[in-house]
Design a protein around this ligand. Structure first.
Ligand code: IDP
Ligand code: MG
Length: 201
């Protein structure tokens, strides 16, 4: 049993190091492929939760102006996710046009750019099992009028044009967005001292 655990840890470590080092060698490598590799590994090699899953969360300019940064970080900490990257940025239109590339044809796109460049954004990377999907649930529906109470948008916003927070919507999207907003060296691999209380080691 102990040997199996050690083997699993080694596999996780090897997988992570390979992914990080290959990423830095191939910065333009299509992010979808990272998602496929991860899922295959997760399905076949281990029944342990994939603690290395990461997502991008951003407190948008209205959330920063309204001093909601602390409360939003608190929710992710309280849930048990691990913060591995954090910065405050005045985002450029160029980066935003890549971030929201799927929305360029939408009528609200110009006002979305205006909103997102109206002030600083606090952008973060959170890590943990199923963090992408769970974060979307925690953040709530895009339109706050349909967001459940208890979600960030359901508790802090009333209109889709000022919905306080961004969360990646898929594993592939998260990997693409993390590569867009962060350099690999700005994301830290660190061990939570209470990890054993959050999940099986
Ligand atoms: P998401 O943020 O929940 O993933 P998306 O459909 O990806 O939702 O839209 C990105 C962002 O564009 C939303 O969070 C919101 O800020 C803005 N947005 C989406 N739909 C509308 C709209 O109908 N009017 C104004 N802004 C919108
Ligand atoms: Mg989206």
């Amino acid at each position: 049993m102990l040997q199996l655990r050690v083997f699993n840890r080694l596999l996780q470590h090897f997988y992570w190091r390979t992914q990080e080092s290959t990423k830095s060698l191939l910065p333009g490598f299509p992010s979808q492929l990272w998602g496929g590799y991860r899922s295959t590994w997760h399905r076949n090699k281990s029944s342990l939760p994939d603690v290395r899953e990461r997502t991008l969360i951003a407190v948008k300019p209205d959330g920063v102006q309204r001093r909601l940064v602390g409360q939003i970080i608190h929710r992710f900490e309280q849930r048990g996710f691990k913060l591995v990257g954090l910065k405050m940025v005045q985002v450029s239109e160029d980066l935003l046009s890549q971030h929201y590339c799927e929305l360029r044809a939408k009528p609200f796109y110009p006002s979305l750019l205006h909103y997102m460049t109206s002030g600083p954004v606090v952008v973060m990377v959170w890590e943990g099992p199923n963090v992408v999907q769970t974060s979307r649930k925690m953040v709530g529906h895009t339109n706050p009028t349909e967001a459940q109470a208890g979600t960030v948008r359901g508790d802090f916003s009333v209109h889709v044009s000022r919905n306080v927070v961004h969360a990646s919507d898929s594993l592939e999207g998260a990997q693409r967005e993390i590569q867009l907003w962060f350099q690999g060296k700005d994301l830290l691999n660190w061990e939570c001292c209470d990890q054993g209380n959050m999940m099986e080691d």
